[in-house]
Design a protein around this ligand. Structure first.
Ligand code: NAD
Ligand code: 4TP
Length: 323
């Protein structure tokens, strides 16, 4: 029998709580997960809750109630207004989920959205987001963020840094390591024996032969040549604006782009409600919805659970493939 998935609470002032209840209703007979969160808050949201003392108790109650491993909030929740006092339990929820995945009690980790600044303000959270925090907890040197959807898999080489810092951060070493982790993840977790990776340029028109910048020539191209010579199916650097139309997407298994929005605009345009954020390069399986805390709609009953449901299903399938 498959072990349960640990679902973190995320920012309780966001849509994570309501989405968790919707995901439980959708998955209660097909995928076992437990929430590491506040049972009273989930009851306040209308949930049928069963408090558990360990992940192993989740399976027996999943079809009847949402299993909740208590991690109690410090102050009452006001939707759309993240409370600094609740930052510590939000972080503990992530730490406990990772520990349970590393110990084998949980099959995988799925994270509800956090507000990165709220955690920095309330708990001195020293990371740009989950990706870097999970790598720290797992002692993994090179975590890779992949957004996986039905129409596109895409990876940003640089993630949550200011655009002005991208050129300096884009080193041949970072690009090579990211490509190697992506390639390994496509083989291990997506069952692609010989995946083809398409790589974007950094500059408009991939630098136009140097007329619009040299990073494409001096940094990206030598790395692609090195990996291709080792036998990796890899191509580029391509002008990013012509990589994502249907005929282009049909030529590759994943696209690797140079910075956050270059990757996330196409994936959230194509698959906003079905995309899943996957962290590659960790010893554990971790997924999350592709969206954030959505304060503007929290509590209004209009938030779509589709991405969280897809994230839980993908975590289940990835963990099953690794077992
Ligand atoms: N996985 C994560 O932890 C994660 C992902 C993205 C953003 N964030 C964080 O969330 C906060 C808000 O970020 P943002 O406003 O850029 O992005 P967002 O995804 O929270 O919201 C962007 C827009 O999409 C809508 N939206 C988001 N999820 C939806 C859903 N499930 N159903 C229907 N509509 C939905 C929102 O209402 C909003 O209009 C920030 O602090 C950001 O750092 C966290
Ligand atoms: N990459 C997501 C986005 O920008 O929409 C989100 O921030 C998730 O990042 P973490 O998994 O590192 O929290």
């Amino acid at each position: 029998m498959m072990r349960p998935i640990a679902l973190t609470m995320g920012d309780p002032a966001g849509i994570g709580g309501e989405l968790t209840l919707a995901a439980w209703a959708a998955l209660r007979t097909e995928t076992v997960f437990y929430l590491i969160g506040d049972p009273d808050w989930m009851r306040h949201l209308g949930g049928v809750v069963r408090e558990i003392a360990s992940p192993s108790e989740a399976t027996s109650c999943m079809s009847d109630a949402l299993p909740v491993l208590p991690e109690r909030l410090e102050v009452p929740v006001t939707l759309a207004r993240p409370a600094p006092e609740n930052a510590a339990p939000v972080v503990r929820s992530i730490e406990r989920a990772v520990a349970q995945a590393l110990s084998g009690e949980a099959a995988a980790v799925c994270t509800n959205p956090i507000n990165k600044k709220a955690l920095q303000d309330g708990a001195n959270f020293a990371f740009p987001g989950h990706t870097e925090f999970l790598a720290h907890l797992c002692d993994s040197p090179r975590p890779v963020m992949m957004l996986a959807g039905p129409d596109l898999r895409v990876v940003p080489v640089t993630i949550h840094i200011p655009l002005s810092q991208v050129p300096a951060a884009l080193t041949p070493e970072l690009l090579e390591e990211t490509l190697r982790v992506t390639h390994a993840g496509l083989r291990r977790d997506f069952g692609l024996a010989s995946p083809h990776i398409a790589v974007s340029g950094l500059n408009p028109h991939a630098g136009e032969g140097g007329a619009m910048g040299f990073e494409d020539i001096d940094c990206i191209t030598p790395v692609l040549r090195k990996l291709a010579a080792e036998g990796m199916r890899i191509s580029g650097p391509y002008p990013a604006d012509t990589m994502f139309h249907p005929r282009a997407r049909a030529t590759y298994d994943a696209a690797v782009c140079m910075y956050h929005d270059q990757a996330l605009i196409p994936t959230k345009t194509l698959n906003f409600d079905s995309g899943v954020n996957v962290t590659l390069g960790l010893p554990i399986v971790r997924t999350s919805p592709d969206h954030g805390t959505a304060y503007d709609i929290a509590g209004r009953g209009v938030a779509r659970p589709d991405s969280l449901i897809a994230a839980l299903r993908l975590a289940r399938d990835m963990a099953g493939a690794r077992a």
